[in-house]
Design a protein around this ligand. Structure first.
Ligand code: SAM
Ligand code: F3S
Length: 479
């Protein structure tokens, strides 16, 4: 347990020390990453261990997302249930974090006064102190008072998080936070703050630690990961391409992914990295949102559909088999049938491999939320189904075309079906199940694909180039 608790330990927080922690995570990979960090942190400071149900927990945290839907109402629905849970044992602690907390901090305090801590995406490292403060105040005053901190203190949070711990052969590493693009439909710049990059050496140190724990694949994470501009020790600035050149040199790291990117940050350095860095997968997630230039302008995306297509053409010149995925918004205010057809045409032309598509959801405080919208919800739904049918058809066609090919697969774990089968991932992120041995975990193997199912592939190992590598498979298995 860290100094933090021994110094600040008091009878008020003893009630939760060594107890159970439940974290409910909504939304994106950034939130998944943040929740994992919160769990590590509270294990270090308060000895809390993760549990599955509220009944086993002493602390419950909600990591919220407000990018789409009526996220706010979902938060209050869940809090209603937790109110009863807390009434049973008043020493329990409730915390709300993430983007809804960031946007609605004070409203949460008013509508749910039994919430103890309200923290934002940039203040989660302060959680242990906030929990201690809330418990201290409760012990002193005899009643709960929410401790709120939803500020954006630059990027100090990474200096206060515990040493990373891998949970398998693949790991996420956050390299930048926030977004400064201000697309007219999106709340992220308001809830997560402007783009801030972690220093170059800090990122490399984290990846080295993970590699020493057996991690083979790194997924560099950021809201606009290709806007990374990390300060190096000599004061120069490294972009994502320079960072990837450094990451590939770390012993043990043999596969690099990044997500999610913005078209306007696809510089020639980043495009050329596909030709220069063999460890970089042939997969690119590059959101476009719409194929119509008129809608792109209303969204303030600041690029044309043609410019996006040109980026993909250049990347495919390096990687003809590039697997491309994107994000699409259907039914942006005023989207005409012709605008929608432009999106369908772009998808037909570029051929996507799995993508995210959603109906536009007006977000409070964003410029687009005050635009007139004359398209009915029925029409929007029909357009969404047509787009999703096309995207799905393309995805299944790519899976079918993989039959008979040999794929480089990173073996991750036992298959969920049988203990004689292993599961791993291809470069284009498909799960493959195949007969194998447990000592293959952590190795790259060549698998010939025999069958394409809806959500996975099946195959057979045809080569084990790393068979002689001494890896501690038992440790992966224990994880
Ligand atoms: N960096 C990415 C980019 O270049 O667009 C975006 C990250 S954003 C948090 C994730 C996705 O959420 C967006 O690509 C967009 O498709 C979706 N999104 C954001 N705001 C939305 C809204 N108001 N309605 C529907 N979808 C939305
Ligand atoms: Fe949102 Fe646009 Fe940034 S979609 S996260 S404001 S690039």
């Amino acid at each position: 347990m860290s100094d933090l608790l021994t110094k600040q330990g008091s009878s008020s927080n003893d009630s939760i020390v060594g107890g159970g922690l439940l974290i409910k995570t909504y939304g994106c990979q950034m939130n998944e990453y943040d929740s994992e960090k919160m769990a590590n942190l509270l294990e270090n400071t308060h000895g809390l261990r993760l549990v599955e149900t509220p009944e086993e927990a002493d602390v419950v945290l909600m990591n919220t997302c407000s990018v789409r839907e009526k996220a706010q109402e979902k938060v209050f629905d869940e809090l209603g249930k937790w109110k009863k849970w807390k009434a049973e044992k008043p020493n329990r602690v409730i915390g709300v974090g993430g983007c809804v907390a960031s946007q609605e901090g004070k409203v949460i305090r008013q509508r749910a006064p039994y919430v103890d801590v309200i923290f934002g995406p940039q203040t989660l490292h302060r959680l242990p102190n906030m929990i201690n403060d809330a418990l201290g105040a409760r012990a002193r005053d005899g009643k709960a008072k929410a401790v709120i901190d939803i500020s954006f203190p630059e990027i100090e949070k990474f200096d206060h998080l515990p040493k990373p711990e891998s949970t398998g052969v693949s790991a996420f590493v956050s390299i930048m936070e926030g977004c400064s693009k201000y697309c007219t439909f999106c709340v992220v710049p308001y809830t997560r703050g402007e783009e801030v990059s972690r220093p170059f050496n800090d990122v490399l140190a984290e990846i080295r630690t993970l590699a020493e724990q057996g991690v083979r694949e790194i997924n560099l994470l950021g809201q606009n990961v290709n806007a990374y501009r990390g300060v190096m020790s000599d004061g120069d600035i490294a972009d994502l391409a320079i960072l990837m050149h450094a990451v590939r040199l770390i012993p043990g790291i043999d596969r690099i992914r990044y997500t999610t990117s913005h078209p306007n940050e696809m510089t020639s350095n980043i495009i050329n990295a596909f030709g220069e860095i063999p460890e970089l997968v042939s997969h690119l997630h590059l959101p476009i949102q719409s194929g119509s230039d008129r809608i792109l302008a209303l969204m303030k995306r600041n690029h044309l559909a043609l410019e996006y297509k040109s980026i993909i053409r250049k990347v495919r010149a390096h990687r003809p088999n590039l697997s491309l995925s994107g994000d699409f918004i259907i039914g942006f205010p005023g989207e005409t049938h012709a605008d929608f057809e432009a999106t369908m045409k772009l998808v037909e032309e570029l051929k996507y491999d799995r993508s995210f598509s959603f109906i536009y959801s007006p977000r409070p405080g964003t410029p687009a939320s005050s635009l007139p919208d004359d398209v009915s919800m029925d029409e929007k739904k029909q357009r969404l189904y047509a787009l999703q049918a096309l995207l799905n058809e393309q995805t299944q066609a790519i899976s079918a075309a993989m039959i008979g090919t040999k794929q480089r697969v990173l073996v991750e774990r036992l298959s969920r079906r049988s203990t004689d089968e292993m599961a791993g991932r291809t470069e284009n992120n498909r799960v493959v199940n195949f007969p194998g041995r447990i000592d293959m975990i952590g190795q790259f193997v060549e698998v010939e694909i025999h069958e394409a199912l809806t959500n996975s592939l099946r195959g057979e190992v045809v080569d084990e180039p790393e068979a002689g590598l001494q890896r501690d498979a038992a440790r992966y298995y224990a994880l």
